[in-house]
Design a protein around this ligand. Structure first.
Ligand SMILES: CC(C)(COP(=O)(O)OP(=O)(O)OC[C@H]1O[C@@H](n2cnc3c(N)ncnc32)[C@H](O)[C@@H]1OP(=O)(O)O)[C@@H](O)C(=O)NCCC(=O)NCCS
Length: 173
């Protein structure tokens, strides 16, 4: 039987202050910098889950809902939301602390997929995730649909294999 891991064990939290050389000409953080920080923090979370080398297989979704400004403090909280065979989905919530008002706001969400690999880069099996809270269960439940969408876009499965996606689209009003 596969080892079971609780999401709490996979939490990775990192904060940093936005520096001038990380911003565009409007003094907002460049999206690519946030993507890089998300990649690193999510990888730490995936590593805490499986204790193996992990590689980024896909960036499934990142929404840049609010601009992040020079001087703001960015905090990324990542947690594994589901595992399959060798792959793991990691959810990250991004919070920003306004450097003038101190107000903290959730500004982005991101979903990355990592694969655990051995020393020569071949995929290897990972433990199973045991979600506990309502949010963990909800993200766990919808992860299969996101996996199928990602594999479909990467042309790694055929549309007829994306059963979850088909059910989802048919049930959207
Ligand atoms: C990710 C990688 C290890 C997958 O290897 P592969 O030989 O394609 O292996 P498979 O097709 O068996 O896929 C392995 C797992 O990855 C998952 N996967 C592969 N591509 C995926 C994608 N686009 N989206 C979601 N999952 C994906 C598969 O579903 C499978 O998951 P499972 O084992 O949980 O069922 C390989 O493509 C790789 O090394 N890519 C480069 C990684 C890297 O360097 N990242 C940094 C980029 S700069």
């Amino acid at each position: 039987m596969k080892k079971q891991v609780h999401p709490q064990k996979t939490i990775a939290i990192a904060s940093r202050i936005v520096m001038p050389n990380e911003c565009n000409t409007l003094n907002n953080l460049m999206g690519g910098n946030l993507l890089s920080w998300l990649d690193i923090n999510s990888a730490i979370s995936a590593h805490r889950f499986c204790n193996r080398i992990v590689v980024t297989a896909a960036v499934n979704n990142v929404a840049f809902d609010h601009p992040i400004r020079h001087g703001d403090i960015v905090t990324i909280e990542s947690k594994v939301s589901r595992s399959f065979n060798s792959s793991m989905e990691v959810f990250s919530d991004v919070y920003v602390e306004d450097h003038r008002t101190g107000k903290k706001l959730k500004c982005n969400e991101a979903i990355y997929t990592f694969v655990a690999v051995d020393q020569i880069g071949s995929p290897i099996d990972v433990p199973t995730l045991q979600p506990e809270t309502a949010l963990e269960k909800s993200r766990y439940g919808s992860a299969l649909r996101r996996r199928q969408l990602s594999l479909l876009l990467a042309k790694k499965i055929q549309p007829k294999e994306a059963s979850e996606l088909y059910d989802f689209i048919c049930n959207v009003n």
